[in-house]
Design a protein around this ligand. Structure first.
Ligand code: RP5
Length: 164
């Protein structure tokens, strides 16, 4: 495939959860780069990164942040490429704060928001793969194979539970 996925985290404290995204992208053999870019603490560097990443071939941005999470929205303001937001659990409100910050974008500047935490981190990778697969038949087959593997795994567990 041409291009890559950019995975941005608001802080190094977000990296552990976002390893799930990296693992999913690796599983699909999708090139990606992982960077720390804070909407609040490094706004100028974040803007410069997004502009440069687009020029270098970034297809989809995945942005993860906790607390008052503005990274995905800030990146969406700078690009017309798809932006997937991952709200992270990071404080007293358990990620609900980041969920609302990420999901409530005004019309015309969308962020595709996934679930809070590890499931969202994994699904950000799967969703990016599905977007890229629209123009990549080989990747589309890997996405279908992953779904078949999930189905087979659940059926096997059910059989084991029934002692078959
Ligand atoms: C957010 O604030 C980051 O994305 C992180 O989830 C949270 C806390 O950041 P640190 O204080 O751990 O750097 O901007």
């Amino acid at each position: 495939m041409t291009g890559f996925v950019s995975v941005l985290v608001g802080s190094d404290s977000d990296l552990a959860v976002m390893q799930r995204t990296a693992e999913v992208l690796k599983g699909y053999v999708i090139p990606y780069e992982l960077r720390i870019a804070s909407a609040h603490r490094t706004p100028d560097a974040t803007q410069a990164y997004v502009r440069d990443a687009e020029v270098r071939g970034c297809q989809v941005f995945i942005c993860a942040a906790g607390l008052s999470a503005h990274l995905a929205g800030a990146v969406a303001a700078l690009t017309t490429h798809p932006v997937i937001g991952v709200p992270l659990e990071g404080g007293a409100l358990g990620g609900i704060d980041a969920l609302f910050s990420t999901v409530q974008m005004p019309a015309g500047v969308p962020v595709s928001c996934v679930a809070i935490g590890p499931h969202g981190a994994a699904n950000a990778g799967h969703l990016a793969a599905q977007m890229l697969a629209l123009a990549d038949p080989a990747l589309a087959e890997r996405v279908r194979a992953e779904r078949r593997a999930q189905t087979a795994a659940v059926l096997a567990k059910d059989q084991a539970l029934r002692g078959l």
